[in-house]
Write a protein that binds this ligand. Structure first.
Ligand code: WTA
Length: 637
């Protein structure tokens, strides 16, 4: 496997960057031509950010799974595509070669067909991190069905909302999932969701924990039984459906500053080119290397850098079922040692959590196979960066600090391992094709260096989201209306004297808790559903491990028995409505919230108090009732 588009020197980076901005169509046509198309595109790029309307490789026909799998069989058929490491280190790991994986994808694609799934249908996937998860994802892509993977930490209610929004009639799930010491009853969570989703026609259940599950006649079927049926049918082939470059590949729900999560839509051609291009260049992947991305496939990082990016590059992708701290805080290092991992891609929150357990775990393992480290999901603090560099990478391995979003499909701003310089806490330079700019509140571009502002992108890259499912206007309002003719990221950013970018965090009402995006409005809605709650306001506060914690100010009608129990009840309600990942860390009961005369909550003040700042709260003269601030300050947790 060779990558004609792999950048090999700093000079080549600058040259590629220049060309990608000056002649994007030529640049991306060149990159795209190293993939397998059933029919070539007639137009490389068509776009306007007003609508927005972006089309890459229009007229091109392809199937992404042929590019991930079939294309590699001659050269890499017996090489590992996926190495799966189970939750429990005592259990055997599994290796799927490219041949095995293709066979299983075709087989399961036939299962989907047997169960009535057709091109364009939406299939919800709610599974633990077992090899059947990427198999299910790729089987959908094989037949042109649109997958929507939901992270295992979301509740029945969240699943039901997403099923409704996507009108998904098919679900693929597991009986349960292992995560550290816990067993998560996935099927039973799905069963609760389905009480409100009568339109779901079929649930395919894969066995993992073999806990008792209810199986409803006519609706629920076992994965293994369906595979047996396909085997007795005797035809193991499943031709790849011919798809348009701009057909939808997947929907992935993500939180914004308002309302319910939105279904970010990615389309096949552009996403394919972008996930592969960024994978090969950022990590400087070399054939034969083992790439270990610790994300869950329920998030965009898992989509792009466990499944699609690595497989498109014919790489070996290691996926891990468990958590970094079970059975002990050396689990990641065990895996690196056991499988001789070359590239490790994880999140600052995991690094900070492992740091707190001391050096014994990391120093007792052989990490000499590592050559590149990566981080994603939130700004990395200097201390965590240094620890990662020194104790994991032994000062030998570059760290790529990759800034990107669900909406961008792949990495946008990052250094490239051993090619462009790293700078601790800086994502550094844009990837070729990415045209970032900083703007002030009025939308005026801020030129020059040593400046800061809101981060926007001026022109489309192949991996840009195309719409939000079922509601294009929401996509326009969210991303393309704040500033004229630009994509707005929602992040604040500064540019140093050398043009390096440093992302400083969200400037909208979105929290980043352990690298997970959670909208404050979403958490408030969930809290307000608790019977005793009158009103609430949610802000983030700095948290040593999670990056940000969730701080809720709650006006309650009175407590049922006592305040502590009410707190726990509220937490339970949030867990039910959104999922355990959105549980507030702190709940402060207040008698009022600081509001302007027009009724708007002054979050700035609440944020400061949550951060422990009580003296310098800024202008409070516009408040309806300034007295409430004193009360909140004195009760701060
Ligand atoms: C934040 C995850 C600083 C940022 C791939 C962004 C980062 C949000 C970084 C997207 C980074 C992600 N440095 N901040 N390297 N990477 N972020 O959609 O605020 O889950 O807007 O995508 O995470 O989160 P999402």
């Amino acid at each position: 496997m060779s990558y004609p588009y792999q950048i090999k020197t700093l000079e080549q980076y600058h040259q590629a960057y220049k060309e990608s901005i000056e002649q994007p169509e030529k640049f991306w046509a060149d990159v795209a031509s190293s993939f397998q198309w059933k029919k070539k595109w007639h137009n490389v790029l068509d776009w306007n950010f007003k609508e927005p309307d972006v089309k890459w490789f229009e007229g091109g026909k392809l199937n992404i799974t042929e590019n991930c799998l079939d294309r590699h069989i001659d050269e890499l058929g017996d090489k590992p595509a996926i190495i799966w490491e189970p939750n429990d280190p005592e259990e055997h790991h599994r290796v799927l070669t490219y041949k095995n994986l293709l066979f299983k994808v075709k087989q399961f694609a036939n299962v989907l067909k047997n169960n009535g799934v057709k091109k364009g249908d939406r299939v919800c996937i709610y599974m633990g991190m077992i090899p059947e998860l990427p198999i299910a994802v790729l089987a959908c892509a094989r037949i042109g069905a649109i997958h929507s993977v939901i992270f295992g930490g979301f509740s029945s209610q969240s699943i039901a909302d997403r099923l409704h929004d996507a009108q998904a009639e098919y679900i693929i799930t597991c009986d349960g999932a292992y995560r550290g010491a816990k067993d998560i009853p996935l099927k039973s969570v799905i069963d609760d969701a389905l009480i409100a989703c009568r339109f779901v026609k079929r649930v395919i259940v894969c066995t993992r924990t073999r806990v008792p599950v209810s199986m409803i006649k006519g609706r629920d079927v076992w994965w293994e039984d369906e595979i047996k049926k396909v085997e007795t049918q005797g035809n193991p082939d499943c031709p790849a459906e011919e798809m348009d470059a701009e057909d939808m590949l997947f929907i992935l729900y993500t939180s914004g500053s308002t309302g319910k999560p939105k279904g970010v839509v990615h389309t096949i051609g552009g996403y394919m080119v972008w996930s592969a291009y960024t994978f090969v260049n950022i990590f400087q992947y070399q054939p034969g290397q083992i790439h270990f991305c610790t994300a869950d496939i329920g998030w965009i990082t898992g989509h792009s850098y466990i499944v699609y990016g690595p497989l498109l590059a014919g790489a070996t992708s290691l996926m891990f079922e468990g958590v970094p701290t079970w059975p002990d805080a050396g689990r990641f290092w065990d895996i690196v040692d056991k499988h001789s991992v070359n590239i490790l891609y994880t999140a600052p929150t995991a690094i900070r959590s492992l740091m707190s357990f001391g050096l014994e775990y990391v120093n007792s393992k052989n990490l000499s196979s590592l050559s590149v480290l990566g981080t994603v999901g939130e700004p990395i603090n200097e201390e965590a960066w240094q620890w990662y560099y020194k104790h994991v990478g032994k000062e030998r391995c570059p760290i790529v600090d990759t800034w990107w979003q669900t909406e961008t499909g792949g990495v946008m701003i990052s250094n490239m391992a051993n090619i462009t310089p790293q700078k601790p806490t800086f994502a550094t330079l844009p990837v070729p094709g990415v045209n970032p700019c900083l703007v002030d509140e009025n939308g005026t571009e801020i030129h020059g260096n040593e400046v800061s502002g809101n981060l926007c992108i001026k022109t489309p890259w192949p991996g840009i989201l195309r719409t939000t499912y079922g509601d294009h206007e929401r996509c326009r309002l969210n991303y393309f209306s704040a500033y004229n003719n630009m994509y707005f990221t929602g992040d604040g950013c500064l540019r140093d004297v050398n043009g390096n970018y440093r992302i400083t965090g969200r400037v909208d009402d979105v929290l980043n808790v352990s690298g997970h995006r959670i909208g404050t409005a979403e958490v408030e809605n969930a809290i307000n559903m608790h019977s005793g709650v009158v009103e609430s306001a949610v802000v983030g506060f700095p948290h040593d491990v999670k990056g940000q914690g969730i701080y809720a100010y709650v006006i309650s009608e009175g407590h049922h028995e006592d305040a502590e129990l009410t707190r726990l009840d509220i937490i339970q309600t949030v867990s039910r409505i959104i999922g355990p990942i959105a549980k507030p860390d702190k709940i402060q009961f207040v008698s009022g919230l600081p509001k302007t005369r027009s009724g708007k909550i002054m979050r700035r003040i609440l944020r400061k108090i949550a951060e422990g700042e009580t003296s310098n709260l800024g202008d409070t003269s516009t408040l309806l009732d300034p007295g409430v601030v004193e009360e909140i300050k004195s009760g701060a947790l």
